[in-house]
Ligand binder design. Structure first.
Ligand code: GLU
Length: 561
């Protein structure tokens, strides 16, 4: 393999990685190289293994290294990125990130991931890619009430789909002994105490800025009580461990908050335990022990950051750098895990991938690419201002990705069957992709009997059947009487006739297009049967993902126009 070809693969892989802040796909890089250097087309077959090797190399570089390499090897390709108005998405630098970062994505396994999770997942991922380092997936499963055993698998699938650059996986349920050890240390330091007060009584004392009697017990007495707690001598609700904060703190939620409790039921799917840390404790201990350098999370965690600070201070640990992004409202889909679960149980939704839900699997089912979700989230960034999620932007990002790839087909919803009087037998050659004739044509043989979309012909007197011929329609009897009106595209344009999709009566398959606003039933081209799993464009309707294709028909899900 000559060095020039290697160099080309390398620089275009770099360019792609700089442009999309991720590891490029081998097919894309090969495609770019062959597109720009057709002289190598005859060697297309040799390129796969070398491209894989080169991409692995690029994958191991940090974003800054990629940029620097591209700048020295092929500065014109950097220029090209800006010339074509392709923005190189760049978020603000992370303080202290230059030497590499350790970051984490910390979902609770209570259901599959949704768009809300995707923001944290992608923004943390973005910085790990940019600076290099570790990206720890930390499964926060220390609340048995909020663990769905199925979610372990679903969360992993969703992460794979998103293409996160996870380097390590940690289950908090494997770490209870660690949390117990640090709880004991905190008690021994005088930083926490075991509280057996009735919750209501404690609450009233707290609001009055008064200490409860437990707070005054000695360290030895507290350590004894803690041991009893571990030995199972307390029931759920009868005891908790509290961090000593400030009783005078202006925010009552900061005053001596709880860090351990007993959960008698349900049984945890992974472990046999009853004493569980609460989130602020396990998160703080893990952020320290795992060496987390930076945390990007939502504003809703600001109070937790304050609570966790007490734990860092007692132990003399340096806290990570935090960045809290603003709230993001997402309209049009269900996002609450409990709401989704109940809706599924009630038969209101077909499952976690029902298109009315905001889960990543529902979005994927509609043909939205993970890369579009990534681009949309990086566009939203880490700003503190509250915003609403823009579906338009997600769709625009997705369109940019699928438009060059999606094959075009006809789908005729709500069909009317007509016979075109006087029509010659004619065969339409419709391009699979209008900008890429090399991909070939669909051949639609037409004997004059066609299916037309009712909504598009109603009230029209002349229309053009795309890639075929013109027809005139007489509505005088109420039933459309259709006549052949010549082949001329010019004439159709002059008559301002709409150009519509159609199907030969004999060559079509039933197709249901599922949209968030309801289902459209109709027929589509037989070739769509080969597109299961792919995104296609139904001409004049929009992009759709072909979910299943069987003998009895096609199930498609609408993405966007
Ligand atoms: N498991 C927590 C959550 O999903 C995240 C904890 C954190 O980011 O500190 O809300």
């Amino acid at each position: 393999m000559d060095t020039e070809l290697r160099r080309l693969l390398f620089v275009y892989a770099l360019q792609n990685a700089v442009k999309h802040t991720g590891t490029p796909k081998s097919g894309t890089v090969i495609g770019t190289v062959l597109g720009k250097h057709p002289e190598y087309r005859s060697r297309a077959r040799d390129l796969g293994p070398i491209a894989t090797e080169i991409i692995a190399e690029v994958g191991g570089m940090t974003a800054d290294e990629r940029r620097a390499a591209l700048e020295s090897l092929a500065p014109e390709l950097i220029a090209e990125l800006t010339e074509t108005h392709e923005r190189v998405r760049e978020l603000p630098a992370l303080e202290g990130g230059e030497n590499g970062v350790v970051m984490r994505f910390a979902p609770n396994p209570s259901g599959p991931l949704h768009l809300g999770h995707a923001r944290a997942a992608i923004l943390n991922d973005y910085y790990v890619r940019r600076y290099g380092g570790k990206y720890i997936l930390r499964i926060e499963d220390t609340d048995p009430r909020r663990v769905d055993p199925e979610a372990y698998r679903m969360v992993q699938e969703d992460i794979d789909w998103l293409g996160l650059s996870i380097t390590d996986i940690v289950y908090q349920s494997d770490r209870l002994d660690i949390y117990y050890e640090y709880c004991e240390k905190l008690i021994a330091l005088g930083g926490a105490y075991v509280c057996v007060c009735d919750q209501e009584i404690f609450r009233n004392l707290k609001l009055a800025k008064k200490a409860c009697p437990c707070r005054a017990l000695s360290i030895e007495e507290n350590l004894e009580l803690w041991q009893k707690m571990l030995d199972g001598e307390f029931y759920e609700g009868a005891v908790t461990v509290r961090v000593k904060t400030e009783l005078e703190h202006p925010d009552p939620a900061m005053r001596d908050y709880s860090i351990f409790r007993i959960v008698g039921s349900p049984i945890h799917p992974r472990i046999d335990a009853t004493v569980y840390p609460l989130m602020n404790f396990s998160v703080a201990v893990d952020d320290h022990l795992l060496g987390i350098t930076h945390v990007i999370r939502g504003k809703d965690h600001i109070a937790n950051t304050r609570r966790q600070r007490y734990i860092f201070d007692y132990f003399g640990w340096k806290p990570p750098v935090y960045r809290h992004y603003g709230r993001m409202s997402i309209s049009g889909v269900v996002l609450s895990t409990s709401g989704m679960r109940e809706g599924i149980a009630a038969g209101m939704y077909t499952g976690w991938d029902d298109i009315h839900l905001g889960t990543l699997r529902a979005i994927a089912r509609r043909g939205i690419q993970a890369e579009a979700v990534r681009d949309a989230m990086v566009d939203i960034g880490t700003g503190e201002t509250d915003i609403s999620f823009s579906w338009e932007n997600l769709y625009a990002q997705n369109k940019a990705l699928v438009d060059p790839k999606a094959s075009r087909f006809f789908f005729v919803p709500d069909p009317v069957a007509v016979s075109v009087a006087g029509a010659p037998f004619q065969t339409a050659q419709a391009p699979l992709h209008p900008n890429d004739p090399a991909r070939g044509y669909r051949t639609l043989a037409c004997d004059g009997r066609v299916l037309l979309p009712r909504g598009d012909i109603e009230g029209k007197t002349m229309v053009r059947l795309k890639d075929l011929y013109n027809i005139s329609i007489d509505w005088s009897t109420g039933i459309p009487a259709v006549t052949y009106a010549g082949d001329s595209l010019e004439e159709a344009r002059r008559a301002k006739a709409p150009i519509i999709q159609w199907l030969p009566v004999d060559a079509r398959v039933p197709c249901t297009l599922h949209t968030q606003d309801g289902d459209l039933a109709g027929f589509c081209e037989e070739l769509v049967g080969n597109e299961a799993g792919n995104v296609v464009q139904f001409e004049r309707i929009g992009f759709a993902r072909i979910d299943t294709a069987t003998k009895s028909g096609i199930e498609a899900f609408f993405a966007h126009r």
